[in-house]
Structure formats: structure tokens, C-alpha cells
Design a protein around this ligand. Structure first.
Ligand SMILES: Cc1ncc(COP(=O)(O)O)c(C=O)c1O
Length: 384
């Protein structure tokens, strides 16, 4: 099987016949294999917290939970999905730059570890809590070791966390809090990174920052959360992350930072969910316009928004038609010329042909959309 696609041609045909198109399909076996491979490569002192935003499908969450995963949530909708798993307290984290009071209340009720993104989170938790609450402090570092990654935003201004240079002032204020204790650090500084050496450098930067905060401010960290950002290939020429090298990098860093005896947390979303998914859609029409061949599909950026955001198409093949070299612009059904899934090369297409897109298990029905869907949808008020 091509690792970019979680299903071969025959299962794709069967899924389309049984469920209709367009549809997303996820393979529990592929998800489990990915989780086990990553787990096996990591030192024991690393905890895996699946980033629910990547794909909050209940079966996927249940499968990861059965494998011992913790969970990283970023909205009340995600917290509720994890709550439904009935996990013991301490296996869930809650990050997000705009946590509302109801969400924080829910997190406290569930015994969730909050990644405090600034003074407001700390002060609100302190007001809501009736007992000591350990939180992690999310810091936006001054270094940028994943240069040019616009999802992370580099070392410039950020909506996430506390700027590194503002940490001393924040800690002074936090000393007066009655219930909240900062017991961990959270720094997310990579995105879709498939280079183990770069990840090691980025995570090394985070541990160096943790040591500075520990030495300068006496912060005792039970955990250091390195966020997500483990990459997956989206094209045949892209090489997968070398898990052995990645795991070795983390072991080396733990050995180098012997002052730190707590656990490292990783919050992979894309890496764990991406490869298990496919998206199936049929060609509705093929048309040629001024020298460009369009294949117009049943679904477009309303289902796969990533190509619009990144300019990179998902891997795609025409089920049962083998390789081909005809250039097509893939368009969706929306009445906007933004609705494009990419410029690709496929065999000659006709209406009714089934296309399968690979690696759509994470940020497929999203790269934003599951984020949107698990936040409350606002009412629409009609004013005559
Ligand atoms: C706090 C946090 N953790 C983890 C993730 C997952 O990142 P990735 O899918 O790159 O592993 C994200 C993604 O936005 C995030 O914001």
C-alpha cells in the first residue's frame, strides 16, 4: 500500500459504494500502528497527549485512549469529547489563547491540566478554584528555530503564550495568587517538521529556556510540554520523520538536562491522525477552459481546506486507473475561484471517476475546520 493512502483501490471502491461520496474514511489499524511506532521510539519519560483538534472522531479518541494516550484539548467541544471517554483525571490538557470562563470552569471540574497562556488564565483559575491547582505556563520563546514556518509564527508577535521577556513580570504578579501554582512549561515551536535534527534543536532550545527559568526564578517543573509539530509526508518525494533519530534526540536532551526530573509531554496531532485518513470524491464534470483542464469534484475547500492555506495539494489518485500524466486543476463545487484543491497529474478523467485523497486524517476535514466545529457555533439573530 502507498503510505500516503490508508486504503488500496478495492477498499476505496467498497467504501464509496457503501457510504456514498464524498466521504472521509479513517483506518483504526493505521492510527494504532502509528501510535505504537511513535511510542516505541520514545524514552519512557515522554508522555503522548494526542492533539484532539487534529481529528476529534470518537473512535479515534477511544483507540488512542485504549493505547494509553493523554489528550490535548483546545475548546469546550474537545473537552466534552474527551470527557466522554471516562478517563481518570490527569490525562487531559487544555490549551488555547482565548479560553472563556465556562471553558476554564469545565476544565477545573474535569481535573484537566491547563496551559495558562497569560495573566488572565492564571487570575481566572485562581478565582474559580477552591483548592490548589497546578498549571503549566505557555511561553512564546524569543528564539525561532523553525524558520519560515508561518503556522507557528516564528519569534515575532504571537497570540499564544507569554512572551519570554515578559515572564519575570508575570511571575511577580503570580506570586500573590492563592490557588494557582506554576508547575510546568509549555512551548510549541515547530509545525509539520519531518527533520529529526531540527526537532532536536527546537526541543533543545525549549529545555534551555526551561533551565533558565528554573535557575533564575526557582520554578520547579513537573512537566515540560513540547507541543506538537511532528510532520508527515504529503507527497511521494517527502521523507517521513526518522522516529529512531527523533527518540534518540529526546533521550540525549533528557540526559543533558539532568536538573530536570519530570516528564516531557508531546502533543502530536498531524503525525498521529494524518496518515490514517482518506477522502473520497467523484468527478462531477471535466471541462477545458482556455488551455486548462478542470476536473470539478463533489467537494472542495469546504472539505479540504489545507491546499488553500498552504498551497500544497493532498496526494491524490484516480481509483482503479493507475498512473497518469494529464495535468488537471482540481476544483470544488463552491461558487468561488478560491475553491481549488491543486494542480495535479492524473490519468484521463471522466465524470463519475472516483478520486482518493491521502493523508487527510488530520486537518483534512479541517486544517482549521475541526477547530471551528468544536467551538460553539454562534446563533444567527435576525433583526427585521
Ligand atoms: C497546543 C497545541 N498542541 C498540539 C497541536 C498539534 O500540532 P500538530 O498537529 O502539528 O502535531 C496544536 C496545533 O495547533 C496546538 O495548538
Amino acid at each position: 500500500m502507498n503510505p500516503l493512502f490508508a486504503f488500496d483501490d478495492d477498499p476505496c471502491r467498497a467504501l464509496a459504494a457503501h457510504h456514498g461520496t464524498p466521504c472521509f474514511a479513517y483506518s483504526g489499524a493505521v492510527a494504532e500502528a502509528g501510535f505504537r511506532a511513535l511510542r516505541a521510539a520514545l524514552p519512557a519519560r515522554v508522555r503522548l497527549a494526542y492533539a484532539v483538534k487534529a481529528n476529534p472522531h470518537p473512535e479515534l479518541l477511544a483507540r488512542f485512549a485504549s493505547l494509553g494516550a493523554s489528550f490535548d484539548c483546545a475548546s469546550i467541544g474537545e473537552l466534552e469529547r474527551v470527557e466522554a471517554l471516562g478517563l481518570p483525571p490527569g490525562r487531559t490538557f487544555f490549551a488555547g489563547p482565548g479560553k472563556r470562563e465556562a471553558e476554564l470552569r469545565k476544565a477545573l471540574e474535569m481535573g484537566v491540566r491547563v496551559q495558562a497562556e497569560g495573566w488572565e488564565d492564571l487570575a481566572r483559575i485562581d478565582r474559580l478554584a477552591d483548592r490548589e491547582i497546578a498549571v503549566n505556563l505557555r511561553v512564546h520563546p524569543a528564539f525561532d528555530l523553525d524558520e519560515g514556518n508561518r503556522i507557528i509564527g516564528g519569534s515575532g508577535p504571537s497570540a499564544f503564550g507569554v512572551d519570554e521577556e515578559d515572564v519575570p513580570r508575570l511571575l511577580e504578579r503570580a506570586a500573590a495568587l492563592r490557588h494557582v501554582r506554576i508547575r510546568g512549561l509549555h512551548v510549541f515551536a515547530a509545525s509539520n517538521q519531518r527533520d529529526a535534527a531540527k526537532l532536536r534543536a527546537i526541543h533543545g532550545g525549549v529545555l534551555d529556556l526551561a533551565r533558565r527559568l528554573h535557575e533564575t526564578h526557582g520554578l520547579a517543573f513537573e512537566q515540560i510540554d513540547l507541543g506538537g509539530g511532528l510532520g508527515v509526508p504529503y507527497a511521494p518525494e517527502e521523507t517521513p520523520l526518522d522516529l529512531a533519530a527523533f527518540g534518540q534526540g529526546l533521550s540525549d536532551l533528557l540526559a543533558r538536562h539532568s536538573w530536570f526530573s519530570g516528564e516531557l509531554i508531546l502533543e502530536p496531532g498531524r503525525f498521529l491522525a494524518g496518515p490514517c485518513g482518506i477522502y473520497l470524491a467523484r468527478v462531477v464534470r471535466v471541462k477545458e477552459s482556455r488551455g486548462t483542464r478542470f476536473a470539478i469534484l463533489e467537494g472542495g475547500i469546504n472539505h479540504l481546506i489545507r491546499p488553500l492555506l498552504t498551497g500544497q495539494p493532498f496526494p491524490v489518485k484516480a481509483v482503479g486507473k493507475g498512473e497518469g500524466d494529464v495535468p488537471y486543476t482540481l476544483a470544488g463545487p463552491l461558487c468561488t475561484s478560491l475553491d481549488r484543491l491543486g494542480e495535479v497529474r492524473l490519468p484521463e478523467l471522466a465524470a463519475g471517476d472516483l478520486l482518493v485523497f491521502g493523508t487527510t486524517g488530520a486537518y483534512g476535514l479541517n486544517e482549521g475546520m475541526t477547530h471551528f466545529l468544536s467551538h460553539p457555533v454562534p446563533p444567527e439573530v435576525w433583526v427585521a
